[in-house]
Ligand binder design. Structure first.
Ligand SMILES: NC(=O)C1=CN([C@@H]2O[C@H](COP(=O)(O)OP(=O)(O)OC[C@H]3O[C@@H](n4cnc5c(N)ncnc54)[C@H](OP(=O)(O)O)[C@@H]3O)[C@@H](O)[C@H]2O)C=CC1
Ligand SMILES: O=C(O)CCC(=O)C(=O)O
Length: 485
């Protein structure tokens, strides 16, 4: 075993080892022999302790004023900001995104913490006129209680924070179970919470397998709400388990996000946005562009420009300053991407560019794949329907906006969608007819603003929204109060 640090669980204000004594390894996808850190393979008994400590702490935590809870979040923000370089480097080493992206994500985490710290001072209800002249009616809100937070590896700082910060500000306590592949980055985030001096039990962090700890949170009677981001298969399982015991759940799952390039589009802008939206973070975003729906009048020109620019992208270790795109997060994810590339070819699409595993020199130690561009894609093909979570762009030729929107909507997902056009009537038609929670005009499909609602239609989400003021809807319940004098 190498000298990599072993991280403990954080339960009831203390860093504690799991009952099994077993640890898992988190490796660097850029150099798979390098262990970034070790994490506890926790048991149901450990989980029970974490949930108990959260349940006990919640009674006092919810009695604090919003301003007092916000003061803790402001402290975490300052601590995380001061540790940005360290946290970002661990993130790049652990899940592969480039260092500038990792720093940007950490800065986003800081901004989210400050936003929700401020929410502690904002209104939580409304006065509603009663039909009784002697009565006073208003709404107030109550925290859910204990919230289970199950997060993926692709945004290992921003996603845990955009779930934990609103949970905490509205008076809930939290048990975080991060993705095993990003457990070490999550531990760094939790260190910032620990350093901020939260009362014991308010924030708990427990690592281990999804099927034991994640499923255990979904099944646990004392966990009042579960917020999940990850694959649609696991999301549905989590939702059903929580629903079966009468708990509240929120699911953020996959995407198969289209960009439409109309015949009047600024093609250079559309090419840049397709590349940024589709290939940044190695295509591992639920908001990543994966279907590129181009009007036949500009198809050939757009395709040439796209291939020319993608062929210039440098793939390598995210820590190297000249790297544009890092590795896939794991061997499993790389294999998934490569298998979709094979499937695309088998189903008759034309692999126009890339799509090979990169193994020359030092790249051979990591999980690298060339960005892939498919031409001649039919909307029924697997690469046009299933979430790949890799740097694969599927070009689909259409004739006019009506067909473009029809193709764009022809999927079970509905997270984000963008269009490139200079025509305002087309923009309005797109806004009206596209089935997506995030509608983007002349902008890439990825990238969300923390103060705005985030979530999708159809099978992308549980028809709920995260972030911004929308978060209060999940993390609290409304009480309608009627007072008669
Ligand atoms: N919407 C998004 O942002 C994301 C989508 N994905 C999609 O999912 C695919 C697979 O990625 P993967 O990481 O395996 O995603 P998963 O859905 O398996 O993992 C997401 C989180 O759920 C946990 N988990 C796993 N199994 C269970 C379970 N039975 N009950 C409760 N929690 C569980 C995981 O823990 P553990 O890591 O320990 O298994 C992790 O914390 C990707 O290829 C991509 O298509 C993935 C990540 C993010
Ligand atoms: O586009 C973004 O910045 C957010 C993406 C996201 O939430 C995800 O991939 O899970």
């Amino acid at each position: 075993m190498s000298e990599a640090v072993t991280f403990s669980n954080y339960i009831n204000g203390e860093w504690v080892q799991g009952a099994s004594g077993e640890v898992g390894e988190s490796v660097n996808p850029a150099r798979a022999k390098e262990v970034v850190g070790r994490f506890q393979k926790s048991t149901a008994e450990d989980l029970n302790q974490a949930v108990q400590s959260a349940a006990t702490a919640q009674k006092k935590w919810r009695k604090l004023t919003g301003a007092a809870r916000g003061a803790y979040l402001y402290k975490v923000a300052d601590i995380l900001e001061a540790r940005t370089d360290e946290v970002a480097e661990v993130m790049t080493k652990e899940m592969g995104k480039t260092l500038p992206e990792a720093k940007g994500e950490t800065a986003r985490g800081v901004a989210i913490l400050r936003y929700y710290a401020g929410e502690g001072m904002r209104k939580v209800g409304d006065v509603i006129p009663s039909t009784d002249a002697e009565a006073f009616m208003f709404t107030t809100r109550k925290a859910l209680g204990v919230v289970g937070v199950i997060t993926p590896w692709n945004f290992p700082v921003a996603i845990p924070i955009w779930k934990m910060a609103p949970a905490l500000i509205y008076g809930n306590t939290v048990v975080l179970k991060p993705a095993s592949e990003a457990s070490i980055t999550a531990a760094k985030v939790v260190e910032c919470f620990a350093e901020a001096g939260f009362p014991e039990g308010v924030v708990n962090y427990i690592t281990g397998s999804g099927s034991i700890i994640g499923q255990g949170l979904a099944d646990h009677e004392q966990v009042d709400g579960v917020t999940f981001t990850g694959s649609d298969g696991v999301g549905q399982q989590v939702g059903q388990a929580v629903l079966a015991r009468g708990g509240k759940y929120q699911l953020e799952m996959g995407g198969k996000n289209p960009v439409i390039v109309a015949d009047d589009a600024d093609l250079d802008l559309a090419v840049d946005a397709t590349i940024s939206g589709g290939l940044k973070s190695t295509g591992q975003k639920c908001t990543a562009t994966s279907r590129v729906i181009v009007d036949q009048a500009v198809y050939e020109t757009f395709k040439e420009k796209l291939v020319a620019k993608v062929s210039e992208l440098k793939v390598g270790d995210g820590l190297d300053s000249d790297t544009w795109m890092g590795p896939s997060v794991s061997k499993g994810q790389l294999d998934t991407v490569l298998s979709y590339i094979e499937k695309g070819k088998e189903e008759g699409a034309n692999l126009l560019f890339g799509g090979r595993r990169l193994e020359d020199g030092e790249l051979g130690d990591g999980y690298y794949v060339e960005p892939a561009i498919f031409d001649g894609v039919d909307t029924k093909m697997s690469i046009a329907q299933e979430e790949i979570f890799g740097p694969v762009l599927a070009l689909i030729k259409v004739d006019g906006l009506e067909q473009a929107i029809e193709v764009a909507n022809d999927t079970k997902f509905g997270l984000s969608a963008s269009i490139f056009t200079t025509n305002i009537a087309r923009m309005m038609t797109f806004i009206e007819d596209i089935d997506a929670g995030l509608v983007r005009i002349n902008a890439e499909s990825a990238g969300v603003e923390l103060q705005a609602p985030f979530g999708g239609m159809k099978q992308s989400s549980s028809h709920s929204r995260e972030q911004g003021t929308a978060a209060i809807e999940f993390f609290t319940e409304v009480k309608t109060v009627f007072i008669k004098g």
